[in-house]
Write a protein of this length. Sequence first.
Length: 333
Amino acid sequence: MIMLKFEEQKKLDSVNGALAIRSEIESIVDEICKKGYKNICWLGIGGTYASCLQAEVHMKERSSIDFFVENAAEYILTGNKKVGEGTIVIISSVTGRTTEMIDGVKKAKEAGAEVIGFVDYADTELAKMSDHLISYPENEQLKFFMAADRFMYNAGEFNEYDELYAELDEHLARGLVEVEKSADELGESIARKHMNDSIHYFVGAGNQYGATYSYAMCYWEEQHWIRTKSIHSAEFFHGMFEIVDRDTAVTVFVGEDSQRKLSERVAKFLPRICGNYNIIDTKDYELIGISEKFRGHLSHLLMRVITSRIDVHIEKLNCHPMEIRRYYRQLDY
């Protein structure tokens, strides 16, 4: 079977290349930790804000480091007194020219913050504003988690660091490729089922909530032009479930971190009231060579390659190339 838009070697090289920049990340983080810092601010907008939310929940249960997440547009207007001398701001950008990020970083630097920038293009304004620049395309969540893990390791909070990354270096790229292959049939099935939805609800928790938020907004709304709503599994039973009926389109992302039970509760409840739901559980996919104890750490990466198969099939079925935009970067706004 030939899969749509699937360049296996390119995908292997992409993940392995991202893992290879860990030495750069370690060097930067080790230098910062050696001289000392006050706190960490994960700063983002849109999809990068979603990745910040994933980093937040990843660190929250593991670390006593003082860290927080800021939406760049909100930060520009409201500010945050925590940002100042000793703050490490961590950002990511593909284009390096997102206006909210440029203005947000400018404000943070004026307050005395130091910036680690994962910016794909090194010759852009945002890249030049970064005190520590790492330019490598894609793999945003992996890059963020590598930075978070190194900060926690240096704080004495992640003793399994070397064990984890030995496994990732050896097995992650191939493992994700195999997960994506095995998810193709599911992707086509969900695409055919929901290609004409008037609205679709995505539900998730833990490091899957950032994926839920991003997938609904940045993929289905921005790239497929299908109306969506994303909701945290913990909030599902506090309002949203009252509008779910037999025909409501709902997809639940179930991960393997500490908040798994929140999404399992939603997944268990839906069959009682809904006949148009999907449950995507990363636990259903084998990740060869990765220890069971690390799967929760990585389940958001599995979900991304699984949902990518939905995307390529919706794109084909709806005859709508995902790179086309009506308004985004087409108009002044």
